[in-house]
Design a protein around this ligand. Sequence first.
Ligand code: ADP
Ligand code: ASP
Ligand code: MG
Length: 404
Amino acid sequence: MLIVQKYGGSSVAGAARMSNAAQRVAETRRTGCGLVVVLSAQGDTTDDLIAKALEINPKPPKRELDMLLSTGEQQSVALMSMAVHRLGFNAISLNAMQVGMTSSSTYGNARIKHINTERINAELERNNIVFVTGFQGVNRSNDITTLGRGGSDTTAVALAAALNADLCEIYTDVDGIFTADPRIVPTARKINAISYDEMLELASLGAKVLHNRSVELAKKYNVNLVVRSSLTRNEGTLIKEEVKLEKTLVSGLALDKDVARISVVGIKDEPGMAFKLFSILANEKICVDIILQSIGRQNTKDITFTVERSLLDDTIKIIERNKDILLYDHLSFGDQIAKLSVVGAGMLNNPGVASIMFEALFDAGVNIHMISTSEIKISVLIDERSADKAINYVHDKFADYFNA
Ligand code: ADP
Ligand code: ASP
Ligand code: MG
């Protein structure tokens, strides 16, 4: 039996948490399982390293930033290995280069391409607990990359898939996946089991409890995935192919505050304008989320869309650079907005969900700026300052529909 465990930043923050995690690792090892353990940087280490870099250079070269950020995870694996050695176990720490974990070359947002299992398997044969740095890869030029914030989850699932592990356990600071972020919605309830598709939707819509690519990979390789707390003994949440429970209308809510809105006002109302605008943005690798086009008036129309906040400045610059082609009147934009989403496979063909959500927002006195729907989710854009209140109202309104 082979288990891959992953401990997040808060689960290894400081010596006490580190030793708690080491105890849990030891406990698992005592059952006789082969054990590969992925670690994140301790506590706020990654944020602190970013702050340090920005102090030196407000626009640090991305390669150098990855070189710096990857050190956080390297500290964790070395310390943890020392901690379990102290408990009397054989252990070894490895970074992505030593494992042979290759990735694409996009610094700051690389994708894992291939994992060489030779070294890890050899260490398992030697009865070592193998600690592996999360969040990092090595690109074609033999340079260190990072996988995007929260990327250690993806390292763990990718390792579980590559090693054909029996189980992948993600240890974090909450008891599992809840119907909404329990830090924002105190009445949120723990979900016992959720499907890959619903979890993927929640993660992509802002529930940062799992990196969305980790869920994508878990689905693709059918990895047995569990999210649970490193601080309690409670059973966690199982993420799997199909959840054969009574069909629930909604499984959870997600809130994303990393949103900015841009309106291109007074664009010509003729065929091809949306194509021009979005192909220019696509060429510049700007990912656009929700799009809304207003009804045309006096031969012009407005196109509004959202992007990640960090892309707002660049997106505006790109559009302004192309004013001659896009022939708009002016731009308006804002970054004090949030996206609130309701996710559930059971809402397919159920017209009631949207109206319940909108009624809750009406009760909360929250204005909706944009709406976007798909088969298993409804998202609305609202002002960021009312977002926490809104998600609590919507959560209350759906209280009887959750499966948790
Ligand atoms: P780690 O450092 O272990 O990776 P993260 O901070 O990345 O931990 O993820 C755990 C956090 O995710 C929780 O503390 C919680 O505030 C947040 N979260 C957001 N949405 C949810 C949800 N639906 N269920 C559980 N936790 C959630
Ligand atoms: N340490 C990285 C981060 O803070 C990766 C992770 O924790 O998953 O984003
Ligand atoms: Mg995380």
